[in-house]
Write a protein that binds this ligand. Structure first.
Ligand code: NAD
Length: 256
């Protein structure tokens, strides 16, 4: 007998172990809440202990743990712990990210290194650690890139962010190819400006908000839940044949 809901069920992740870095707030927390709703056992990792405390209250079913993704040794330990507690890792959302917005000539090399350490190296180390705990049937990694990883545009100079997210886009494709034989799919989403504390200075400026509207065909910024929907799709069995893809959630910005 055919199962009328089998197609829709492919969008769920029942029983899967989903780890979300930078999961304490913003887009990461929206991903965590949606993954939980879709049936996953969720683990939140974040370096901000106060934000993690608040996240614990919002999503008490999740395991929440402090981790700085730029500390490679700590990453190995934490993923080994998760595998010990949950038996494996099925899904990784590589979402932790930071930005230091300065013109190139005023950007100290330490600032460049700090951004790359989180957005690119941190994502690589987490991907490798997660992959080593994925079951034989494989798993799924979704990297949080940005439309700025595919464009040099934007509202202000932000070269370390552009470069690190561009690196993350290419890393997504390289790992997708390398790990396809192991059944590990690696994809990315590339969001537009999204309403979180990450872009607080922008949302407080009427002039910058107007520039966002005029730069975006859909004439608005994204909500964290709209990014999370794309992440869930890529992580879920509904995207079983999708790997190495970079999905813009950008209101049409990159289509121009
Ligand atoms: P956010 O500031 O609300 O959340 C980012 C989280 O990452 C924070 O909880 C922070 O503590 C955590 N984090 C930062 N450095 C970390 C580290 N070293 N180790 C562990 N956790 C760390 O911001 P957000 O908007 O939700 O951003 C999430 C991701 O989305 C980032 O990668 C960001 O680059 C990307 N993104 C955001 C936007 C936007 O406009 N908000 C647009 C495109 C892409």
């Amino acid at each position: 007998m055919s199962d009328a809901n089998a197609g829709l069920r492919a969008f769920r992740v029942d029983g899967q172990v989903a780890v979300i870095t930078g999961g304490a707030q913003g887009i990461g927390l929206a991903c965590a809440e949606l993954m939980h709703e879709a049936g996953a056992a969720v683990v939140l990792l974040d370096c901000d202990t106060a934000a993690l405390d608040t996240a614990r209250q919002r999503l008490p079913q999740a395991q929440a743990q402090v981790l700085d993704v730029s500390d490679a040794a700590a990453v190995e330990h934490v993923f080994a712990d998760i595998a010990r507690i949950h038996g494996r890792v099925d899904i990784l959302v590589n979402n932790a990210g930071r930005s230091i917005r300065k013109p190139s000539h005023e950007l100290p090399l330490e600032d460049w290194d700090a951004v790359v350490a989180v957005n690119l190296t941190g994502a690589f180390v987490c991907a490798r650690a997660a992959a080593s705990h994925m079951p034989e049937r494989g798993g799924s990694i979704v990297n949080m890139a940005s439309m700025m990883g595919l464009s040099g545009g934007g509202l202000y100079p932000n070269v370390s962010y552009h470069a690190s997210k561009g690196g993350l886009v290419t890393m997504t494709r390289a790992l997708a190819v390398e790990w396809a034989p192991r059944g590990i799919r690696v994809n990315a989403v590339a969001p537009t400006w999204t309403r979180t504390q990450f872009i607080d200075p922008l949302t407080r400026s009427a002039e910058l908000m107007q520039r966002i509207r005029s730069a975006t065909p859909l004439q608005r910024m994204a909500e964290p839940q709209e990014v999370a929907s794309a992440v869930l799709f890529l992580a879920s069995p509904a995207a079983a044949m999708v790997t190495g893809a970079v999905l813009p959630v950008d209101g049409g910005f990159l289509a121009q």
